[in-house]
Design a protein around this ligand. Sequence first.
Ligand SMILES: [Zn+2]
Length: 306
Amino acid sequence: MRTPILFIWTVVLICCVTTQLQAQESWIDTSIHDGLIELQTKYSFKTLVSNDSINTTTETLSHLNNAKLYFDKIFQTELDFAVLFIENKKWNKHAYFPPPGLPQAGKGNIILGLDKSIVSQEVEKMITQLPKQYWATLKPVYGETINLDLFYRETLAIHELAHLYHFKEGTKPQRKWLQELFATMSMYSFINEQQNSLFDLMNTYPEFVLQSGDRMAEYKTLKDFEEKYVQKLTPQNYEWYQMQLYKAAKSIIDSKGSDILIRLHDFLIRTDLSKTELLTDSELSRRLSAEVGKEIADILTNWMYK
Ligand SMILES: [Zn+2]
């Protein structure tokens, strides 16, 4: 009579092992991790660097961990992800798309620059060629030499982390602007409520760009943003769109608080194009008003360029 009991235990054991393996199966794309060095940290997420002699990661990691704890609580999950710090010269090998050093996220990875990003270098050069009075407001925040990685890496890393909270469930949003608004609202809310030391770094450069007007933007409609997005707009034009969304995000969170984030997060996932049909602008506007908040629908209705 011992054989059936042994058999049952073997089945139970196999089931347990299988369940554990399934639980451990990760959504993180490790195909881009080859050749990277793992940093030992006190955080729950994995950190990889392309060069462990460049030590510019400590504060960024601490901010990312604080943001993770904040977002986990709001979105009621425990998100697993990896953070990659990549030098510009190795960017194309590990990142999903250019330009080197500009934060990006996808498939469970956040990819950040390890040395000064190409975008920061170019924008800094452009700004410091302008008459000094134009960039006087930037100096007290980003330093004498205007180090814009303090904006592009320190604060946009949080925006990228927020993307992973909807990418995990769906990567085909009804509109790109809606997912960008979500990530920026999440970043703004976290920094405003929990990491105020980053507030000026997050806010000063966008205010500067917004004040300089629309000259840098060839395309200005939301339709153009959907069609062209990152790869078919110039960096300045893409940034112009992001700054308009920043302005909207700031105004919504300041007036409505962070609860709206939960509804927007659920909406992005519920209406992902892998699950539902593409909504027309008027259907989208109606559903945003009903299911998330009128303020979000108003962005679509009141966008200044049609
Ligand atoms: Zn984004």
